[in-house]
Every structure is written in C-alpha cells, then in structure tokens.
Ligand binder design. Structure first.
Ligand code: SAH
Length: 223
C-alpha cells in the first residue's frame, strides 16, 4: 500500500512514524509512505496556506490552492483509490472501516488544521471523510496516524505474529478475551488455572466464553 499524507505540520508525524510497527512495514515494503508539506504547494508568498473565513468567523481556514495543487500533483503520478480527509464530522472509524481501507493500493490522507479546510475541497476533491470520534482535535495528523496504525496492524506480515491482529477485539463480533502473563501468583491474585492446563480445546472454549461475557459487560447485550 502507498499512503501520501498532506499536512501543514510534517514534524508532528515524525515521532510516531518511527515506531517499530511502521518501520517494519516500510522495510518489508508493505507500506510506502510520503509526507507532503502543504507550504511546498502554495502559490502565495512566504508559504501562506491559510486565510480568514468569509463571513467573519474567528480562526483561520486552510486555502484551496495549496491543497488542490498537492492532490493534483499526486494524482498525475498514479491513481488513488481514495482521497481521505480526516474530519471530526466524517464517517466514524471502526475496525470494519479500517479493514476495508487496508485493502486499498493508493491513499491520500489529508490533514486539516485551524478551523478546517475550504469546503470546496471537501465537495470536489475529497472522496471519503473519516473521523476518529465525536470530539475536536487541533489537527488531522494524529487521526491520520491512528488510521495508519490500525491499517498497518491488519496487513499480513506487519506484526511479528501474523495471527495476532486477527484475534484482537472487533475483528469478529465482540471484544477479545482477557490475557495474562507471568508471574502466576501476584500477591495472591492468580491467573485462571484453565490457562495452565495445557488443554488447548478447553482453553479455546474458555477464551470464547470470556470474550462473549466481556462483550456483554463492556458493550451491552445488543452489541
Ligand atoms: N471547525 C471544525 C474543526 C476543525 S479541527 C469543526 O468544528 O468541525 C481542525 C482539523 O483537525 C480538522 O480539519 C481535521 O482535519 C482534524 N480533526 C479534528 N478532530 C478530528 C477528529 N475527531 N477526527 C478526524 N480529524 C479531526
């Protein structure tokens, strides 16, 4: 998969992208990632990319030219499956949306800032809008990283243990069962004995039951 991220704050992305999961996906060529600084695409002086909103509201709005110049420059090089704008009022991100996005070949992730981006970009150039939740952050960079992390986790070969992502919460209906590790006995709080029984069938049955119970407890019976 190739992902192009358009941002006015490229340095915000640097640290999370150093995380070993991304690094492994990049090394294994599961992921090609390019980050584009909006200021490199502006026709205005001094790297200007934002202006005051028409109508006189407070805050600044990202202008149409730098964003569309960048999108068009990328689209001249290859076809993109989606131009995704990270937006608080977009489609709510969940595992099934992550899974379907992870199947695309080429994606543009557009990060807004300030009051957001000129509406004409959303109407004419964006093909999918994704929100990470009903709250407002200062920029689309962290949401883009969240989407990218979730997509990389489900790419075959990205995790050291390939089956690990498939047993995570929300891959099937419901959440994952509880997990434990050493020590067996911590100040009298013990690991459920079944997990030490060596009986794989019984362990699997227990895990399924626990997952069901936990789903009802944490997400309600109608989940
Ligand atoms: N004025 C806008 C909020 C702008 S926040 C409104 O009220 O809807 C600035 C930028 O942060 C947005 O352009 C978007 O790219 C990003 N952003 C903020 N919250 C987000 C969320 N929950 N999910 C995805 N992106 C978000």
């Amino acid at each position: 998969m190739r992902v192009d991220i358009i941002t006015c704050l490229p340095h915000l992305l640097a640290s999370p992208l150093n995380h070993f999961i991304f690094q492994r996906a990049l090394k294994k060529n599961l992921l090609t990632l390019e980050i584009h600084n909006l200021r490199d695409y502006t026709p205005y002086k001094h790297g200007k990319i934002d202006d005051q909103p028409y109508g006189g509201d407070a805050g600044m709005v990202l202008m149409i030219e730098p964003i569309v110049n960048c999108i068009r420059a990328l689209q001249q090089q290859r076809n993109y499956d989606q131009v995704i704008y990270m937006a608080p009022d977009g489609k709510l991100l969940n595992q099934s949306l992550v899974n379907s996005c992870s199947l695309y070949q080429n994606l543009i992730l557009l990060c807004g800032h300030y009051k957001g981006i000129d509406e004409r970009i959303r109407e004419h150039f964006v093909t999918l809008e994704i929100s990470i939740g009903d709250y407002v952050l200062s920029g689309g960079e962290l949401p883009a990283i969240i989407l990218l992390d979730a997509m990389v986790r489900v790419m075959p070969g990205a995790l050291s243990d390939g089956s690990s992502a498939l047993t995570d919460s929300f891959q099937e209906e419901g959440v994952a069962p509880p997990v434990y590790t050493r020590p067996y006995d911590y100040e009298g709080i013990k690991v459920p004995d079944i997990l030490l029984s060596g009986n794989h069938q019984a362990i699997q049955k227990w895990q399924e039951e626990q997952a069901l119970l936990r789903t009802q407890e944490k997400r309600g019976t109608n989940y």
